[in-house]
Ligand binder design. Structure first.
Ligand code: AMP
Length: 585
């Protein structure tokens, strides 16, 4: 699926055409807006520039979704009206985004358009961090609260970090530092943003290229009384003349400041020191609010490129368990292919990672994900269910011992999975407590014995067998088999088969799952509907779509002919979202 990602600002339209499964875009560009080039013209130009590629959907970056959006959405008139509502809080950002959406919808009326919000990731902020300590009614009236920004970037690098650390995101406490021209910190607990340094607007928090970040509110009164002509001038002062630029008196570009600082420029040095100090202050604060810390991630133009700024920020954090490896820090290079570099020492309990952010890729992923969900709503999600009665698979040697040297398994009936068949041969299972007769052999013969029974059977036999994926019989329960010719004592082989779904790769694609995924399957349409968790997906070209459960499970769900199985999709971030992001109807 190719996603056109559009980021409309007041002076330019940036775009990338992205296949979310690839790291590098298929096409990208920037079109300057001007007297001759409005948003509609720019969209026309970008379509010309990408005409050799197919476009399946369009993802639009929208800065402010306020508290209206917790996630990406398909754009319709209601969504547009909502984005419009947040214009007063993002007067520089939302109007160009709306202009871009309108121009793109006109140019590509048949494609789905999706809005991805910078604020959405922070919709999980708890009340304690989203509230300012002002009159609550006044705050509500003017929608004054902390919304947070850069959410797409924080979410992207957090996911990359979890992948790199090989740990589930939902057991990590992360601090992500997006340090670019705009800069913000985020505390991410179990994959959710719980604190972030930008607030109602992107002016709050860290020192930025030209924004002041945190200042005492009293300063505003002072400046309004004694310095500036009015609110607009103050807005300009704090948003465009402050930060690194205001402190250094040079520019908001750290590269220039670092060069001057090296040459002894005092204000350049001061601006670097204030910038680093502010970031460090937030790291300490967020480690405290989270009650601990598992990794720190730096990203954005400064976080990705300035080794000396990283060093200033992260030095003397050993008390938090973080120790920087200065050589690794100096050598750290990240790009869209090599996204992650570890800059902490091997002994550092808290790893520090530099990660190349990729907001466009994240927008493309979220857009593709939403589109796939929508189309999945329209496909048949029905999964046929087969109930496996107790049965067994035998190896050649055991078969011969039970049925004789010359015997061959005889075909009784084909099974649903290609090549599999029920045999005429049956054996008796002999347990310490009871015997179960007439247990059918399934063919063809395998290279390992595997006897699959239900929990009720185990109780009857008097054995405890582990729940196992098919084929994993090592260390499973012992059992004695009796055949017409002889009996065999097996030291292992008895299992309670783990419920699973056989899928052809085409089915896996349709359901948005992969081999070895664990999914939830709802049984509906029967008298005692229920949801089975931890269902293993098994994908192979040799399989036909079918879920296998044992007789106990089937009885618990009172399966009847009208019962259906369907994947349950719930709202979980990240890759699992593709498994579980919509409810079965
Ligand atoms: P961004 O907004 O993410 O593009 O980041 C822009 C900021 O990153 C500017 O302050 C740049 O000066 C800074 N930056 C980019 N490359 C470097 C570098 N090699 N060294 C120091 N700062 C850099």
């Amino acid at each position: 699926m190719n996603i056109l990602v559009i980021n409309c600002g007041s002076s330019s339209v940036k775009y990338q055409l992205i296949n979310p499964k690839q790291d590098n875009p298929l096409a990208q560009g920037l079109i300057e807006l001007g007297a001759q080039t409005d948003h509609a013209t720019a969209i026309g130009q970008l379509l010309e520039q990408t005409q050799d590629e197919t476009i399946d959907a369009v993802g639009h970056r929208v800065v402010h979704g306020g508290d209206s959006f917790r996630d990406a959405v398909i754009i319709d008139s209601e969504v547009i009206a909502q984005i419009q509502q947040w214009v007063p809080l993002a007067p520089l950002h939302n109007p160009p985004a709306l202009a871009g959406i309108q121009a793109a919808q006109t140019a590509m009326p048949d494609l789905p358009h999706v809005a991805v919000f910078d604020t959405a990731f922070h919709s999980t902020l708890p009340r304690r961090s989203s509230h300012y300590a002002i009159d609550t009614e006044l705050a509500e009236k003017h929608r004054i609260r902390r919304y947070g920004f850069h959410g797409t970037s924080h979410q992207f690098v957090a996911q990359e970090a979890a992948r790199h650390l090989n740990r589930p995101i939902n057991e990590l406490r992360l601090i992500t530092l997006h340090l670019g021209n705009g800069a913000s910190a985020c505390a991410i607990e179990m994959g959710s943003s719980t604190e972030t340094s930008m607030g109602m607007t992107p002016l709050e928090g860290l020192v930025m290229g030209s924004r002041s970040g945190d200042i005492g509110a009293g300063i505003i009164f002072k400046l309004l009384r004694d310095e500036v002509a009015g609110v607009d001038e103050l807005d300009d002062l704090l948003n465009r003349q402050s930060g690194l630029k205001g402190l250094s008196g040079l520019s908001g570009d750290l590269r220039e400041i670092e060069t001057e600082a090296a040459a002894g420029h005092d204000k350049a040095r001061l601006s670097i020191a204030v910038f680093a100090h502010r970031v460090k202050k937030y790291i300490g604060a967020y480690a405290a609010t989270m009650g601990g810390l598992d990794a720190v991630i730096l990203t954005g133009g400064i976080g990705e490129n300035s080794a000396s700024m990283r060093q200033r920020i992260l030095q003397r954090l050993e008390f938090l368990g973080l120790q920087v490896d200065e050589d690794n820090n100096q050598d750290a290079r990240v790009n869209h292919t090599d996204k992650v570099t570890v800059i902490s020492t091997p002994n550092s309990r808290v790893p520090a990672l530099v990660i190349k952010t990729n907001e466009e890729l994240m927008i493309a992923r979220q857009t593709a994900h939403l589109i796939a969900q929508q189309s999945r709503l329209q496909v048949d999600l029905h999964i046929p269910i087969a109930v496996s009665a107790r049965h067994l698979h035998l190896d050649k040697e055991t078969f011969a011992a039970l049925f004789g040297d010359k015997a061959e398994p005889t075909h009784h009936a084909d099974l649903s999975q290609p090549g599999q068949f029920a045999c005429k041969e049956k054996v008796t299972l002999v347990g310490p407590r009871n015997r179960i007769e007439g247990v059918r052999l399934l063919g063809p013969l395998r290279n390992k014995n595997q006897i699959e029974v239900s929990r009720t059977d185990e109780y009857l036999l008097g054995v405890d067998a582990p729940v196992r994926d098919s084929g994993r019989v090592k260390g499973s329960a012992p059992i004695t088999l009796e055949g017409p010719v002889g009996s065999v004592r097996l030291n292992e082989g008895l299992i309670c088969a783990r419920r699973h779904i056989h899928m052809h790769p085409d089915d896996a694609e349709r359901f948005g799952v992969e081999d070895k995924d664990e999914v939830e399957v709802a049984i509906t349409g029967g008298p005692r509907d229920l949801v089975f968790c931890d269902v293993l997906v098994r994908v192979s070209h040799g399989y036909r779509l079918e879920m296998h459960i044992d007789t106990d499970e089937a009885n618990a769900a009172e399966l009847d002919r009208s019962s259906q199985g369907s994947l349950v999709y719930t709202d979980i971030e990240g890759r699992t979202a593709s498994l579980r992001n919509l409810k079965t109807s």
